[in-house]
Design a protein around this ligand. Structure first.
Ligand code: FE2
Length: 433
């Protein structure tokens, strides 16, 4: 007697229909028809069953604090940082934990089971660090939560930031963070990249920098990061987050930079929901979109994973822990509308995010962990289109959450997966020169 069988699922790679047999916390078989009984069955006929979603870039210490102590009037990154600075002295561990745990409940219902959260260390009390370490422990049965020691106000712009960052790592924070474009000068920004890479190398840790989140074409810290990642052999342990300035670089410089990024082996994490609203604020018209160069990075072989960044905090009033909403915005903001690119957007918020965080490949396979989401969609593109309902969320063989299907009218006829494979090619405008 098996513990669970998920019947007649569509898998993201196009195999369908397939039964998935689960015993304990493992998938023990995947086959067109499994003649066995189970304590529990889920009918997934015509539904996509995929690995859980991954958010490789989030700020759990600030989430759900919208309006405290006030709203961001200008909508800019800089006012958001200033506003967070007003809230920081008022933080208590209890309040941070209460918001974070509420967010984690929402995340589970959305099938979001792996999250990398930055945690601000520019607070000598390290209130948020202490709170999120406790949250990481409490949610461990259902969410893989990684924490990044993030000097929000600048490693060298704040007198105690470096000391606090090292203290946070000593307390058990997982990843080294930074924000070179917010240091006082370009030179100090570059110096912070060198120092943070050394800390990561010395301690054998991963590194994830907010890098060039700016419209300034001269903000070029990702170049230093790529060079240091290569020099120190940090490779796939490195993430460059945001990198919006790459939108504003001239094409010649970008053509030199992107191979350097590829050579380093680092991941790039664009955050389309937040950056489509934050960037270009000082432009008149035309107004820049401000997303990094996703098709060119992909073509160079760089791992690109979309992140969410914010949900109802000083920087962003919206958000709902929905990585399909993130992928949906990525498709629009890049833009990339070929079927190949839209299917890739789904991978970007599953497998690519896991690679960014250094987690095992979550592809559903025999012998792999029984972690999956049953979606009210037939295939990855439909899931992105509908921001599909998470009918069931399964972690280590346990059904954590169920949501009733939305209106039946969503079940339109037709099946994208039956399209000619030639349809899965980049559009002319997505093909890098
Ligand atoms: Fe961020």
């Amino acid at each position: 007697m098996l513990d669970l069988i998920v019947r007649q699922a569509n898998l993201p790679d196009g195999r369908m229909p397939m039964d998935l047999a689960i015993q304990g916390d493992k998938i023990v078989a995947i086959a067109p028809r499994i003649e066995a009984e189970a304590l529990q069955e889920i009918d997934a006929t015509g539904r996509l069953v995929a690995p859980p979603f991954v958010d490789p870039h989030f700020h759990m210490d600030a989430t759900l604090s919208l309006g405290t102590p006030r709203l961001n009037d200008s909508g800019t990154l800089l006012e958001g940082i200033a506003l967070w600075g007003e809230l920081k002295p008022m933080l208590t561990p209890e309040a941070v934990m209460e918001r974070a745990l509420r967010y984690c409940d929402l995340a589970v219902s959305q099938g979001l089971l792996s999250i990398r959260s930055h945690v601000d260390v520019c607070d000598d009390r390290l209130t948020a660090v202490e709170a999120l370490i406790e949250v990481r422990k409490r949610v461990a049965p259902y969410i893989d939560l990684q924490l990044v020691a993030f000097p929000q106000d600048g490693l060298y712009r704040t007198p105690t930031a470096e000391e606090n960052l090292l203290r946070a790592l000593d307390m058990g924070v997982d990843v080294v963070g930074g924000i070179p474009h917010f240091e006082r000068t370009m030179a100090e920004g570059a110096r912070s990249v060198l120092r943070l890479c050394e800390i990561a190398a010395e301690r054998g840790l991963r590194l994830d920098l907010h890098c060039d989140e700016s419209d300034d074409p001269m903000s070029r810290h990702v170049e230093t990061l790529a060079a240091e990642a290569t020099r120190l052999g940090l490779g796939a342990r490195v993430v460059a987050s945001h990198v919006t300035a790459m939108h504003s670089y001239d094409n010649y410089y970008a053509s030199k930079l992107i191979p350097l990024i590829a050579e380093s082996g680092m991941t790039v994490v664009p955050n389309p929901l937040i950056n489509i609203t934050l960037q270009g604020r000082s432009d008149t018209y035309p107004r820049r979109r401000g997303l990094t160069r996703v098709p060119e990075l992909r073509a160079a072989g760089v791992n690109v994973a979309f992140g969410q960044d914010c949900t109802m905090d000083p920087w962003y009033s919206l958000g709902s822990a929905d990585m399909l909403e993130v992928a949906h915005m990525g498709v629009h903001a890049v833009p990339m509308t070929s079927r190949e690119a839209m299917a890739w957007a789904f991978t970007s918020v599953t497998q690519n995010g896991a690679a960014a965080m250094g987690l095992p490949d979550p592809t559903l396979r025999e012998g792999g962990p029984a972690n999956m989401v049953v979606l009210q969609a037939r295939d990855p593109i439909e899931a992105v289109r509908l921001k599909a309902t998470r009918l069931a969320v399964i972690k280590r063989g346990n059904v954590l959450s169920r949501t009733p299907p939305r209106i039946a009218a969503l079940d339109l006829p037709g099946r994208a997966a039956t399209l000619d494979p030639a349809a899965y090619a980049p559009t002319t405008s997505e093909r890098p020169d």
